[in-house]
Design a binder for this molecule. Structure first.
Ligand SMILES: *[C@@H]1O[C@H](CO)[C@@H](O)[C@H](O)[C@H]1NC(C)=O
Ligand SMILES: *[C@@H]1O[C@H](CO)[C@@H](O)[C@H](O)[C@H]1NC(C)=O
Ligand SMILES: *[C@@H]1O[C@H](CO)[C@@H](O)[C@H](O)[C@H]1NC(C)=O
Ligand SMILES: *[C@@H]1O[C@H](CO)[C@@H](O)[C@H](O)[C@H]1NC(C)=O
Ligand SMILES: *[C@@H]1O[C@H](CO)[C@@H](O)[C@H](O)[C@H]1NC(C)=O
Ligand SMILES: *[C@@H]1O[C@H](CO)[C@@H](O)[C@H](O)[C@H]1NC(C)=O
Length: 679
């Protein structure tokens, strides 16, 4: 689990980011001198917020597995991967031709490299400073996930690495050395480790604790290392470095760069694991927000951070002015067509026992939902209290209200009314006695299992609601945050889609993930293209729906925790079963075989079709509704999950300037690239 040092929160929510940024920008107190983070161990359920795996890399078994770690379905040879910290760091200051200051950094980490089945190890692992979160195609084998046959040695790589190399290439001194790599796998400097009594990848388990210290002022890089029997280091840092190099980092790396690890395997394979990782980086004065642009490409929290940063000041100032012009939100509300009823704050406060913790039903991106009883009419309700700062909340509130007040569908949670009083914004919904779907599918054995007919009905209900939002409602609406916890169940186990906190009518301006909030939703439910475009689309909603289908049928969350035979994502596992012609093995074991075989097959195949890495290939809601009713066949699902390639046809880069946009297979997030050969 990672812990960021100030001022980066480890798990940046938009709210905390905003507050943080505002605090940071408006308070001259507390100068921060070092940035950084600590990962004492790695946890897949939290650390994907801050770490971006690229290629087949995953977080598994409390470690970063930079190349695949499982024998069986996963191909271990000829692989390369990277895992980077999503937030970039400013590494030098001043004009590019004459930098005035170069940041110092220190990092320490524990690694373990093991040959497979006592075979010959290959190829190696590296600590890297990289310009972007991409992985060059063909960087397996001797390229260590750093470069490839085309790019090796090019200054445009802007790549710095300290390699831990276990396989001898023509240009290497041996099969057991460290090296300093500048834009190339042909190291500028190497140190054979046999001289120091170290064997990077012996047949028994060994851990290495490594310290890399870079002094920007003295232009000096030092590497220290020591072997350990356990993953928890016990020995102190050695007195003298094992490698020392003179290096002006500003001549090599981009001003804003990313830290992380890269690794590869070749004809011989090994496990390339990082077990813990600390990093501190000297903070340089904030200049032009160059990092903000880069942040967009990196991933969700980075984008959120960047955008919050860019937007916070501008939007904040703008909102203040706007609010001053029209301080009366009530006027706006009362003009909304078909406006539901206005509640008194006093009544809602009483209904929820003064918003008592014990009445909390759930928490969304924008507020907390409480259970309540309106005593006068002895009616149960769910009250959503918006949690954000007042000015921002009003916008969310209005957005939600404007949309929901006009939506009417039997698979949407009905809105009863609203309240704006005492500076509080509240929405009142019909109470859903059975709670949210996730409470039913992920429940322990003591709770009643969700029977098959209910599961099928729930999926069909969600599809029907989605069809209404996407195609039937007069204004196209995206849900943008489709997941089991946002699907409510009424007393008859009918699905009711709730939490439109993130819904926005598509009116060009507002269909973008790249709003102040950054990309909402949750990993595993987010379509691969969204990591690049930052935009919600109907296709990305369908991807989330696919994840929900698989969850409901398999009774598993869309991404690890329980491991799916070495697959990190539920969809990858189901896809592999499909390939092996035994897709029904994916059905939730808790059903005890008590399900309709044809329906299960239909749902699983539909779930896979909706999880297609290429947005244009996913079915649309009219077809989905027909498939679920059994009137149309499920689309053919290829035996191997296609690779996600960026940029993909039809979804072009918004920036116009496509320099540095390289096709990237993002198979770590979305499945191994099965186009390579199978053992
Ligand atoms: C790195 O560690 C050295 C001591 O080994 C310390 O003097 C220096 O300030 C540290 N630099 C950063 C950026 O943490
Ligand atoms: C990271 O820092 C913590 C606290 O200083 C320390 O206990 C831990 O050993 C460090 N980890 C590594 C890999 O150096
Ligand atoms: C590991 O064991 C295998 C066979 O058991 C042997 O061929 C190989 O050389 C050993 N590797 C090392 C590094 O000792
Ligand atoms: C190397 O990577 C670049 C982009 O990262 C790509 O354009 C090129 O095709 C790759 N070369 C090989 C041989 O894979
Ligand atoms: C060492 O690094 C420089 C860049 O600083 C590079 O131009 C040079 O080719 C490298 N030397 C070797 C032997 O790789
Ligand atoms: C790895 O790739 C190389 C070069 O593309 C190829 O010759 C070799 O057969 C591959 N090895 C395996 C085990 O796939």
């Amino acid at each position: 689990m990672g812990r960021a040092l100030a001022p980066l929160p480890a798990n940046p929510t938009s709210l905390s980011l905003l507050l943080l940024l505002l605090l940071h920008l408006f308070s001259p107190l507390q100068p921060v001198e070092a940035l950084g983070f600590q990962f004492g161990t790695f946890n897949p359920s939290t650390d994907y917020d801050t770490l971006a795996p690229i290629g087949p890399a995953v977080i598994n078994k409390n470690a970063l597995q930079v190349t695949p770690d499982s024998i069986g379905n996963v191909i271990l040879t000829n692989q390369s991967g990277r895992i980077l910290y999503k937030q970039g760091f400013k590494l030098w200051d001043g004009p590019p031709e004459a930098p005035t200051k170069v940041a110092s950094f220190n990092t320490s980490f524990v690694i373990n490299i093991s040959p497979i089945k006592n075979g010959t190890p290959g190829e190696g692992l590296a600590f890297i400073v990289a310009p972007d979160p991409n992985l060059p195609a063909g960087s397996f084998g001797g390229y260590l996930g750093l470069t490839n046959a085309t790019t090796d040695g090019h200054a445009s790589n802007h790549l710095l690495a300290v390699e831990f190399d276990t396989f001898k290439q023509d240009y290497d001194p041996d099969a057991n050395h460290i090296g300093l790599d500048i834009n190339s796998v042909e190291s500028n400097q190497t140190v054979p480790l046999a001289d120091h009594g170290f064997d990077l990848a012996p047949n028994h388990t060994v851990f290495f604790h490594v310290w890399i210290e870079y002094d920007g002022g003295r232009e000096l890089l030092e590497v220290y290392m020591i072997d350990e029997d356990e993953s928890t280091p016990t020995k102190p840092k050695p007195a003298s470095p094992i490698m020392t190099a003179n290096l002006d980092m500003s001549k090599v790396v981009n001003q804003n760069s990313y830290f992380g690890f890269a690794a590869s395997t070749g004809d011989n394979a090994e496990l390339n694991c990082v077990l813990s990782w600390n990093m501190t980086v000297e903070e340089l004065p904030k200049g032009t927000p160059a990092g903000l642009v880069i942040g967009l490409a990196v991933g969700i929290p980075a984008a959120a951070l960047a955008l919050a940063g860019a937007a916070a000041l501008g939007v904040w100032a703008w909102r203040r002015r706007a609010a001053a012009r029209d301080p009366n939100i009530l006027g706006t509300l009362k003009c909304l067509p078909g406006m539901p009823r206005e509640f008194k704050f006093r009544d809602l406060k009483r209904a929820t026992g003064n918003f008592d913790e014990g009445n909390k039903l759930g928490q969304g991106g924008f507020g907390v939902v409480y259970k309540g009883v309106l005593t006068a009419e002895s009616r149960r309700v769910a009250v959503k209290k918006f949690s954000r700062d007042e000015l921002k909340s009003k916008d969310d509130f209005l957005a939600e209200l404007t949309i929901i007040s006009r939506l009417r569908h039997r698979h949407l949670v009905p809105l009863l009314g609203w309240c704006h009083q005492n500076g509080m914004l509240l929405l009142v919904y019909e109470y859903m006695p059975k709670g949210s779907l996730d409470g039913h599918i992920f429940c322990g054995p003591e709770r009643q299992r969700l029977e098959w007919s209910h599961r099928y009905k729930i999926v069909a209900g969600v599809a029907s609601a989605l069809h209404y939002l996407h195609d039937e409602f007069d204004q196209k609406v995206l849900h943008r945050d489709l997941k089991a916890s946002n699907i409510m169940l009424d007393s008859n186990f009918n699905a009711r889609l709730g939490d439109f906190g993130l819904a926005r009518a598509i009116d060009d301006e507002k269909n973008s993930y790249a709003e102040l909030e950054g990309v909402p939703g949750t990993i595993g439910y987010i379509a691969p293209e969204c990591f690049h475009t930052g935009k919600a689309t109907r296709e990305s909603d369908i991807f989330g729906f696919g994840a929900v289908i698989l969850e409901v049928v398999c009774g598993q969350r869309p991404w690890t925790r329980a491991e799916f035979d070495g697959f990190q994502f539920l969809a990858d596992w189901v896809w592999s079963l499909h390939r092996d012609g035994r897709i029904l093995a994916a059905v939730d074991g808790r059903l005890g075989g008590d399900y309709a075989v044809e329906e299960a097959r239909r749902l699983l195949l539909l779930g896979l079709a909706c999880s297609h890495p290429i947005a244009a290939e996913r079915p649309k809601t009219p077809a989905i509704v027909q498939i679920l009713s059994g009137s149309v066949e499920v689309p053919r699902v290829p035996p191997f999950r296609p690779a996600f390639v960026w940029p993909s046809a039809g979804l072009l880069n918004e920036e116009g300037d496509t320099t540095d946009v390289t096709p990237m297979t993002s198979s770590s997030l979305f499945g191994p690239d099965w186009t390579s050969d199978i053992r």
